[in-house]
Design a protein around this ligand. Structure first.
Ligand SMILES: Cc1cc2nc3c(=O)[nH]c(=O)nc-3n(C[C@H](O)[C@H](O)[C@H](O)COP(=O)(O)O)c2cc1C
Length: 332
């Protein structure tokens, strides 16, 4: 698949996820076969006001390329300005968030709220496309704002006209949040409605077989995986392999999970320092051990970690669940 002049291979994309897809996890997913990674949503207003914490989110590296930066905002001029800033900082493309429904974002007229005002949405898109002609601009939408009112199809056509180079559809209404199941038929309708640009399907892919089914049922060009990739970057390469060969590979072993969780921890601390890095890791690393014996105890121990050494020692104990409870009596 091509987005503008960029080849995306494999056609398996890591979804932007606030609090999850910072540099450490994006690099890990890239090493595990993601064809494209995207930052979490970044506020165009915060960029306008030169918020230092926000500038710290421009954390992509060469190893992640192609890396897209996702922006949100409802004001065309501010979005255009923010797009210029992030492109000057070296991202390979700009993704416009039109899927976020949380009140903090939507009540400012940004994110999925733009799906309630397609004229404004189109103005935002045109302003960004004009501001950064040297990189592709993409948009990530939901099916529509309120249940029953499908706007993704009309909007995708307008976005294509405005010069957008790909559209991602999370096939749920904003009003659904993450409830219910994604209705992939909308992805197929968007694909049928646009003629020149690729469509990326998103929502509820949990297995390589789900990815195959989404591509077959909707005709979309690529799949985007979010929640199921948290703590499970292997899923991305399993999907890529399955799409190419029809062969599924086994789930990672406990040792592989520990090794990648350790790598994640080290990358995180190297980037953010020990104080902030470890606090964020407390919640993040537990995802690597879903379904592993002793997972609740590992998660509990991680919540109390204060240093990288604490985390390393918890990881050293994974896979030996009996040793820290009551060891079996050697004489019995
Ligand atoms: C914790 C979390 C944070 C998210 N943050 C973003 C975000 O910053 N930008 C965005 O476009 N979507 C965001 N999403 C939505 C995902 O990108 C994706 O559309 C959604 O999870 C559906 O895909 P899935 O079923 O594969 O998880 C987020 C989802 C989760 C679970």
């Amino acid at each position: 698949m091509r987005i503008g002049n960029i080849d995306i291979w494999p056609n398996v994309i890591l979804a932007p996820m606030a609090g999850i897809t910072a540099h450490p996890f994006r690099v890990i997913c890239k090493r595990h076969g993601a064809g494209l990674v995207v930052t979490e949503l970044i506020s165009s207003h915060a960029i306008h006001y030169k918020n230092q914490k926000t500038f710290g989110m421009f954390d992509w590296t060469d190893e992640e390329r192609p890396a897209f930066c996702q922006l949100f905002g409802g004001d065309p001029a501010t979005m255009a300005e923010a797009a210029r800033v992030v492109v000057e900082q070296g991202c390979d493309g700009v993704d416009i968030n039109m899927g976020c429904w949380v009140p903090k974002v939507a009540k400012t007229g940004a994110g999925a709220a733009l799906l309630k005002d397609l004229c404004q949405a189109e103005k935002v898109v045109r302003a960004v496309v004009e501001a950064v002609p040297e990189v592709p601009v993409t948009v990530k939408v939901r099916t529509g704002w309120s249940q029953g009112d499908v706007t993704a199809i009309r909007f995708a056509k307008a976005a294509e006209e405005a010069g957008v180079k790909a559209v991602t559809v999370h096939a749920r209404f904003a009003s659904q949040g993450f409830t219910g199941t994604a209705d992939w038929s909308i992805i197929g309708e968007v694909k049928a409605a646009v003629s020149k640009i690729p469509v990326i399907g998103n929502g509820d892919i949990e297995t390589p077989q789900d990815a195959r089914r989404m591509l077959d049922e909707t005709g979309c060009d690529a799949v985007m995986v979010g929640r199921a990739a948290m703590g499970n970057p292997w899923l991305l390469q399993r999907i890529a392999l399955y799409l190419e060969t029809g062969v599924d590979s086994p789930e990672p072993t406990v040792e592989e999970r520990v090794a990648v969780a350790r790598e994640h921890a080290r990358l995180q601390v190297a980037q953010m320092g020990e104080h902030i890095g470890v606090r964020e890791l407390r919640g993040l690393l537990g995802h690597y051990f879903k379904g592993v014996p002793g997972a609740p105890r590992i998660r509990e121990a991680l919540t109390k970690a204060n240093t990288l050494a604490d985390i390393e020692s918890i990881l050293d104990g994974v896979g030996y669940p009996l040793l820290t409870t009551s060891p079996p009596c050697p004489l019995s």
